[in-house]
Design a protein around this ligand. Structure first.
Ligand SMILES: C[S@@+](CC[C@H](N)C(=O)[O-])C[C@H]1O[C@@H](n2cnc3c(N)ncnc32)[C@H](O)[C@@H]1O
Length: 387
């Protein structure tokens, strides 16, 4: 865990970096110059991208069919043996193995025609490897691909692709936050707010907005029976799922409501909550500024708001070294930004970045904002906001 970047002093550094970059761009102005080595390096990079994209499709299938889990710790086996153990069709399993072997994920004994998933690779690809299961994130590639036609239409005519076109969104999102939020909630995330765990033990009132399937909130409701919890989300399916989970767990201190947060700036209750959370749920709102104003209004004077949201710069050039920049801009364009635009929203996008977050949080009336990064989570920043 790094120390918090308080009062957005980092912004000045970014402004200085921006100035430096504008003085170093002469080389991109001579557009007729052709560098053969540069072309060759780019070709290699792009062919790698074709293979990586294809691997993500197959990794997603390996996750969804349970093939990676079956192979975890399994002795070298033929395609028929693997198909039998997984209850899947051998011809498909064999072709999938071809993709995995040529990608270097699975190893083959060419004489015995047997396959093995090395333990080092299994440690990042199986359900047992949670929270380090990267195959979970591979699912975003086919999920986004499923709306490509709609997105191409939007490029031509504007507008957005609504949530209901993304058939598996809440499945994948719940698995994503199941890795980035749930396992770290008590050990790393809540401790970012000194004293909050004690207050939760004693009994406070908590609200989570854009709660999706409500897994984080249900988890806290189980840990802190003296506190009361409410979760809001637009999705009826996600809320039904969250309620069913709460019922199964026997929680009496939690409720979930289907609610459109578009006009939360005006219809939020006044000074009701001690603790408000949003997990990855600001940037794809239709009215993120209004939602933040509503949160400020709904918070008690000594309340605290914790926002987990994508960690990025607000500038393309500021994300050149982002470890998953291309992935996040793609998810933004083909999901986060477009679902907001589909609700006639602002279309802030996942890569709205720390600088814009500073402005919008300030505009909403949060006078004190700390930004934290946590080492388990390369995707998100954690904002701790107070009046
Ligand atoms: C990226 S997901 C995050 C879900 C959840 N917090 C998690 O971490 O798993 C964003 C959530 O915002 C919800 N959302 C989008 N637009 C909304 C709106 N207008 N009102 C309420 N919720 C909305 C979506 O249904 C979705 O569940």
């Amino acid at each position: 865990m790094t120390s918090p970047v308080t009062d957005f002093s980092e912004l000045n550094r970014n402004r200085i970096e921006e100035k430096t970059m504008t003085t170093n761009t002469a080389h991109i102005e001579d557009v007729s110059y052709f560098d053969g080595d540069k072309a060759e390096a780019f070709e290699e990079k792009f062919v790698g991208a074709l293979n990586a994209g294809a691997l993500c499709l197959m990794a997603s299938i390996g996750h969804r069919t349970g093939l990676f889990d079956v192979l975890d710790g399994m002795a070298p086996a033929t395609s028929a043996g693997i198909a039998e153990a997984s209850g899947l069709n051998e011809r498909y399993v064999r072709e999938w193995l071809g993709s995995m072997v040529t990608s270097g994920v699975i190893e083959i004994d060419p004489v015995a025609k047997t396959y093995v998933l090395p333990a080092e690779h299994a440690s990042m690809l199986t359900r047992a490897a949670t929270p380090n299961n990267i195959a979970v994130f591979a699912q975003y590639i086919p999920l986004l691909g499923s709306v490509e036609d709609d997105i191409v239409e939007c490029f031509k005519n504007g507008g957005g692709v609504p949530y209901d076109r993304f058939h598996r969104f809440h499945d994948v999102m719940a698995e994503d936050s199941g890795q980035s939020v749930l396992p770290a909630l008590r050990e790393y995330i809540l401790p970012l707010i000194p004293g909050i765990m004690q207050r939760l033990e004693d009994g406070i009132s908590v609200m989570d907005l854009g709660c999706g399937r409500g897994r984080a909130l249900n988890m806290m409701a189980g840990w802190y029976p003296n506190s009361t919890f409410v979760g809001f989300d637009l999705s009826e399916d996600a809320i039904a799922y969250a309620r069913a989970d709460a019922e199964r767990a026997g929680h009496r201190n939690i409720s979930f409501e289907v609610r459109n947060l578009q006009s939360f700036d005006t219809d939020a209750p006044e000074a009701m909550f001690d603790f408000v959370t949003t997990f990855d749920a600001i940037h794809d709102q239709p009215n993120p500024r209004g939602m933040l104003k509503g949160i400020r209004r709904a918070m008690k004077e000594d309340g605290v708001y914790l926002a987990q949201d994508i960690n990025a710069s607000s500038h393309h050039h500021g994300d050149m070294d982002h470890p998953i920049g291309p992935l996040l801009y793609t998810i933004s364009c083909m999901h986060c930004m477009t679902v907001s635009l589909a609700q006639d929203g602002e279309g802030l996008g996942a890569m709205w970045g720390r600088e814009q977050a500073a402005e919008i949080m300030d505009e909403a009336g949060f006078g004190h904002v700390e930004v934290h990064e946590l080492s388990h989570d390369i995707q998100n920043a954690y904002y701790v906001c107070r009046a």
